[in-house]
Each structure stands twice: as structure tokens, then as C-alpha cells.
Design a protein around this ligand. Structure first.
Ligand SMILES: [Ca+2]
Length: 454
């Protein structure tokens, strides 16, 4: 969980998720850093922040302390202006002490601290590649992940039911996050967290964010929840069954089994699952409210109404002809909006407040729909009914930027060119679509880009 969700939402266009890394294990589609909610950029998949990779000067390459490769002339130059890792540790120690970390903790924690060049390489080489929503969902809610989720739920039913009662978070949702973050505990990560975070804090690219996380990790050590050797996780600092970043751990982790430690690392997932529920509860989860439900739109639907900021009750949507896939009005779950993650050619969802709560874990639509749909399937629900436009591929980062440039050039300003399909770009697309007599679904497709190319 990153619980530090920081939002590097990248190009999560309505439809496609940009992954920074190949989804090795975790299915978390995004790296976030920065703010309060950080979702960790943990291992697995991260959405690369296009802007953070472009726009920013290339980081100076630091001296490499391990003898894995030759030192280049540029690096030698850099060494004259950048502190060495050991020097950085000495200075960091001062800052950590000023932040309240005791000498005893620092002695224990920094003793075996190592610079991990591979971690920094991974963080720097987040090449953008895009995966479509439907490809993501095929994996997020694969038959195996659904079956494993049902088994995990059955095996840990007592804990999950007790967690549901205490935090008011549906057990299937907690199980689904567990399934996407670590394949139900199978891949919790074995990277030494302190060394990983120190390496990333030493690297100038995102040093402020990672130093905050490193100090958070030291506070956890100081609290006695875990020992230094036990504190392992994914390369970018996410830990345990549900991949908490240190600051999120400090804000939300709980000792559910009452042994005196908040232990999200061990084989017993109870504390980790309860911590996840506590996190969602903290952001306002409403029990028994769906994240969203698939809906059918009527002929002649006003596509401008498919907008996150347009909220109506299911009854009011029903009067406009928006019904569930069974043809009946959607039951009342509070006000919802209509989301078309693949435009008019794919599935439509009516989404509720819980959708935004899941976004605190990860802001990518694909992740939220992935968690929600996996939870529905674990609970026995059926697959998404509508067909996806599987012939479409996701736009690359360059193509998204080109789309923005061309829209702006055609008089439909995207308020900047950053490769992210956000509200301004969606509005610009709708404007262009209306002018061209197309369905104004705001969807950034390859067909649209080709049309703009003329
Ligand atoms: Ca415990």
C-alpha cells in the first residue's frame, strides 16, 4: 500500500495504465510518491510518472560502491561534486537523530546499511510501457487469482470476518488487495528495506520522498515491531502482505492479533490484512456499498454525462435509461457517476464513493477496477459482461503527448502537454469529438490520434 499514494499517476488514461516495470509479481499498477497517501512504488508495477521522467534533468550518476561495472568518466566527474554513499550516511544520521531516532536505533539500523545499485537502476529505468485495461484485468482477475482468493478467504475466514466487523471493510475487498499486492502473501519481497530506501534517498531523483520513508522505517524499528533483518520488502520500500510503505505503516498499521507487534511481514497475514482494512476505513470506506457496478447505457445516451463530477442517484440514472446488466435499475447505493474506462466501445460502470477510497491505495482506474472486480469474483459474481475493444492497443507516452499537442493545435487546449490523460485532456477530446460529429466519450484512442493526424 503504498499507502503512500503519491500519485504519479501517469498516464492512466481512462483506459490504459502505464506501467513502469513489467509486472513481475505484484499487480500494483502504480508508483506514487510524494504526498500523504503514498502508495509505494514498490516493486511490481509502477506507473511511471511521465513528467518525472522527462522534464526533470537527468540525475547525475552517483559513484557506484559495488564493483558491478566500470565507472564511467561522467561518474568520476560526478564524484567530485556528490557525496559518497558513506558520507551521505554520516550526514543522514544527523538528520535522523534530529528527527527523533535514537542512537541505539541508528547503531543497529545503519550498521549493515548497503548501497544497492540495482534498486537505483530500477527506479531510474522505469521505461514507459503501456498495458490496456483489459489486459490488466485479465491478469488481475484471472481464474487462478480468483480461485486462490477464494481459498485464501476460506483459510483465513475467521480473521477476515473479525477484521470486517472491527473496521467495517468488506472481507472480499481486503482479500482482493492482498491478491493484487502479493498474490495472497506469496510475494512479499525479500529486499532489505533500509538499504533499499537509503539507496533511493541517496539518489537525487526522489531523495526527499525516500528519505522521509527511510526515517519512517527507522521509527518502525525503534517501535520494536520488527527487527532490522526481518524488515524486508519490495525494492522501492513497500512491505509485507499488502505492501505498505513505512509512512503508511506508521499511520495505519495495527496489531490485530494482540501480540504487541504490528507484524505485516510474517506468514500470519492477520496484522497486514487488518492494517489494510484500517487504511480503507481511515479514508471512509462504506461497508456493503459496491465500488461500482457494470451498467448498460441507453441508445442516444448523452456521453457528456459520463463524467466523474456528475453525480446522480441510481434512481435518477435509471430515469435516464442507465440500468444494470440485468436490465433493472441499479439498487440505491448513494450517488454515483458513470465511468467509461474504454470509451463508448467498452464496459460502462456506475461508480460510488468507495471507488475514491480505493484510489487512495492507487489512483489508476485499472487498479481500482481490478481490486473491485476481483473482490466481486471472489464473492461469486460473474465476469464483466460488455466486450472490450481488444483490437485497440494502448497509446504510448509519446503518442499521448502527440495527441495533446494536436488537440491543442486544433483549438482544443489540453492545458499543457504531459502525457497524462486527465480531466483537461478529456474535455479537449470531447470538444474535438463534438466538433467532428463523433461520440463525445472523451476516450483517448489510437483512432482518435489518427484522425487528428488527418
Ligand atoms: Ca501482532
Amino acid at each position: 500500500m503504498r499507502l503512500t499514494v503519491a500519485t504519479i499517476l501517469i498516464g492512466a488514461s481512462l483506459t490504459s495504465v502505464v506501467f513502469a516495470f513489467a509486472p513481475v509479481r505484484s499487480l500494483r499498477p502504480e508508483a506514487r510518491d510524494g504526498e500523504a497517501v503514498t502508495v509505494g512504488q514498490s516493486a511490481g508495477i509502477s506507473l511511471a510518472d511521465a513528467s518525472s521522467l522527462r522534464g526533470v534533468a537527468k540525475p547525475v550518476i552517483k559513484p557506484v560502491l559495488q564493483k558491478e561495472r566500470r565507472v564511467t568518466p561522467e561518474e568520476i566527474l560526478a564524484m567530485t561534486s556528490e557525496p559518497s554513499f558513506p558520507d551521505w550516511v554520516v550526514a543522514f544520521r544527523q538528520r535522523a537523530g534530529a528527527a527523533g531516532i535514537t542512537e541505539t536505533t541508528l547503531d543497529a539500523a545503519l550498521k549493515d546499511l548497503r548501497y544497492l545499485p540495482k534498486v537505483v537502476e530500477r527506479d531510474r529505468n522505469q521505461s514507459e510501457f503501456t498495458k490496456t485495461l483489459w489486459d490488466y484485468l485479465d491478469s488481475a482477475a484471472s481464474d487462478a487469482r480468483i480461485a486462490n482468493g477464494q481459498k485464501a478467504l476460506a483459510k483465513h475466514l475467521r480473521s477476515l470476518e473479525a477484521i470486517e466487523r472491527r473496521y467495517g471493510v468488506d472481507k472480499e475487498i481486503v482479500a482482493a488487495i492482498w491478491g493484487l499486492e502479493s498474490a495472497y502473501g506469496a510475494f512479499r519481497g525479500d529486499t532489505p528495506i533500509l538499504s533499499a530506501l537509503a539507496s533511493l534517498a541517496y539518489d537525487p531523483r526522489r531523495s526527499v520522498f525516500f528519505e522521509t520513508q527511510l526515517i519512517g522505517a527507522l521509527r518502525i524499528i525503534q517501535s520494536g515491531d520488527v527487527t532490522v533483518p526481518e524488515m524486508t520488502g519490495s525494492w522501492a520500500g513497500a512491505m509485507g502482505h499488502t505492501q505498505f510503505m513505512p509512512t503508511s505503516f506508521l499511520d495505519y498499521a495495527v496489531d490485530f492479533d494482540g501480540d504487541g507487534k504490528r507484524d505485516i511481514w510474517s506468514d500470519d497475514p492477520s496484522d497486514a490484512l487488518a492494517s489494510t482494512a484500517a487504511y480503507l476505513a481511515g479514508f471512509g470506506w462504506t461497508k456493503d456499498q459496491p465500488w461500482g457496478v457494470e451498467v448498460r447505457l441507453p441508445e442516444g445516451f448523452e456521453y457528456e454525462l459520463a463524467n466523474r463530477s456528475i453525480l446522480k442517484s441510481p434512481a435518477d440514472w435509471g430515469r435516464l435509461g442507465v440500468v444494470g446488466t440485468d436490465g433493472r435499475a441499479v439498487p440505491g447505493h448513494g450517488a454515483g457517476s458513470i465511468l467509461l474506462p474504454a470509451g463508448a466501445q467498452g464496459a460502462a460502470f456506475m461508480i460510488f464513493d468507495n471507488f475514491a477510497v480505493l484510489e487512495r491505495y492507487n489512483t489508476a482506474d485499472a487498479y481500482v477496477i481490478g481490486v473491485g472486480h476481483l473482490a466481486d469474483r471472489i464473492k461469486g459474481g460473474g465476469p464483466i459482461v460488455a466486450k472490450w475493444p481488444r483490437q485497440d492497443r494502448a497509446l504510448t507516452g509519446d503518442e499521448r503527448r502527440e495527441l495533446q499537442e494536436r488537440l491543442t493545435g486544433a483549438g482544443f487546449s489540453t492545458q499543457g502537454v504531459d502525457g497524462k490523460i486527465g480531466p483537461n485532456t478529456i474535455d479537449a477530446i470531447r470538444g474535438f469529438q463534438r466538433a467532428a460529429g463523433l461520440i463525445p466519450d472523451g476516450y483517448a484512442s489510437l483512432a482518435l490520434l489518427k484522425r487528428l493526424r488527418g
